[in-house]
Design a protein around this ligand. Structure first.
Ligand SMILES: Nc1ncnc2c1ncn2[C@@H]1O[C@H](COP(=O)(O)OP(=O)(O)OP(=O)(O)O)[C@@H](O)[C@H]1O
Ligand SMILES: [Mg+2]
Length: 372
């Protein structure tokens, strides 16, 4: 770690590189239950998974987030289940799907069936050198049912939340010259004040040589699209929820995808029936490219229509690209912005002003970066 709290690391991709890293360093990286490994692109959050490893990556490339203790874990699971319900007819929820990682149901390790995980799309998956930032959104990090103690604790963590409306929880930024990542943790985010928050955000877009202005503007339009969803709905309020921002740090154009199919024999078939973890990585991507939805849509969320598309949900989107896509993955498409972390989502009957305040301030700060 450097003097200003930056952490340098050189990890680039997950499963492919794990093998190489393991061999190179002579130290075997932990392979956990059912072939799952710690997710190497986690930039914030709890380390509450198996052996305190936080978010895990399944051999099929999906992310596994262990259900937290009640009521948070079940609340998050219910939220994902509701939004991606096969029989969902709620237009707002159907619209919301495009802003979330795809949800593939729950998963239990065959070797440890008492544990329960949410199985999610890895938002960083199609990137060669993903630059990732987790930004907590809203003026309050506590929900309406929080105890006074919890409120005080949350406020004391970042008293400026009320005024700024967002908090950088963590980031990893690829540096071209050194071929390494610089990381900043939650303490860096909490150190940012009104007059330094723009510089803090700017760091996320600087690759050591230049400011990635195009990535800034692409991310702005994705956030605007999320803001439009919030402006059109009154039924849900989100507390302590985050946006996960990702852009491509690699200077090289990526042809289709960086991903290799999982090694034969690395697929694991344990788990609950609904998790269906026995689809190969290649099949997963190919199916994904056909459906523009998640690879397990036959058993979790959507019905397919005669064209093989999942019906009644999201419009086709440019950013959803799998290995089988004919379309090349150019820099124009090389960003993702997804909402994550739904342990504190509650029904409501009025607009989520707190979340929208955060989004608008985040947008105006990003726009300011472009003007400078
Ligand atoms: N679908 C995803 N794709 C890629 N990375 C993810 C995904 N979900 C989570 N992550 C990574 O894991 C981190 C933690 O995730 P998340 O915020 O959902 O958990 P948490 O903060 O531990 O949960 P909670 O705040 O509910 O206790 C994120 O900052 C991000 O780096
Ligand atoms: Mg979080």
């Amino acid at each position: 770690m450097s003097a200003d709290g930056q952490i340098m690391d050189s990890s680039s991709r997950t499963l492919d590189n794990l093998e190489k890293e393991n061999n190179k360093n002579g130290s075997v990286r932990q392979v956990l239950l059912d072939g799952c490994v710690p997710f190497s692109h986690q930039v914030a959050g709890h380390k509450c998974g198996i052996n305190n490893t936080g978010v895990l990556q399944h051999p099929d490339g999906t992310i596994l987030k262990q259900l937290q203790t009640p009521p948070r874990g079940p609340r998050e699971m219910n939220f994902y289940t509701q939004v991606f319900a096969k029989d969902c007819t709620d237009k707002k929820l159907l619209d919301l799907q495009q802003h979330l990682p795809k949800y593939y149901g729950t998963w239990r390790p065959g070797e440890s069936p008492h544990e329960l995980y949410l199985k999610l799309e890895d938002v960083t998956r199609r990137f060669l050198r993903p630059c990732i930032m987790d930004v907590k959104i809203g003026r309050r990090s506590y929900d309406p049912f929080a105890s006074q103690e919890k409120r005080d604790e949350q406020i004391s963590k970042y008293p400026l939340m009320e005024e700024i409306g967002f908090l950088l929880l963590g980031m990893r930024v690829y540096q071209i010259d050194s071929d390494r990542y610089i990381s900043h943790d939650q303490f860096y985010g909490r150190s940012l004040e009104k007059d330094s928050i723009k510089n803090g955000l700017t760091r996320f877009f600087h690759n050591g040589q230049e400011l990635r202005r195009h990535a800034v503007s692409l991310i702005i339009s994705k956030i605007q699209s999320i803001l439009r969803w919030f402006e059109s709905q009154t039924q849900l309020h989100f507390y302590a929820s985050s946006l996960l921002l990702v852009y491509e740090g690699s200077p090289h154009r990526v042809n289709g995808s960086k991903h290799k199919p999982a090694e034969p024999g690395t697929e694991h078939q344990q788990g609950e029936p609904q998790s269906n973890s026995n689809i190969s990585h290649e099949a997963l991507s190919f199916q994904s490219s056909l459906t523009h939805s998640h690879p397990y849509c036959h058993n979790v969320q959507h019905e397919r229509n005669a064209n093989g598309k999942c019906g009644g949900s999201v419009e086709e989107k440019d950013e959803e690209i799998g290995i089988g896509d004919k379309k090349q993955f150019g820099q124009e498409e090389a960003v993702e912005v997804k909402m994550i972390d739904f342990a504190h989502v509650f029904p409501s009957d009025n607009p989520d002003e707190s979340y929208m305040y955060g989004l608008r301030n985040l947008l105006s700060t990003l726009e300011q970066i472009l003007k400078d």
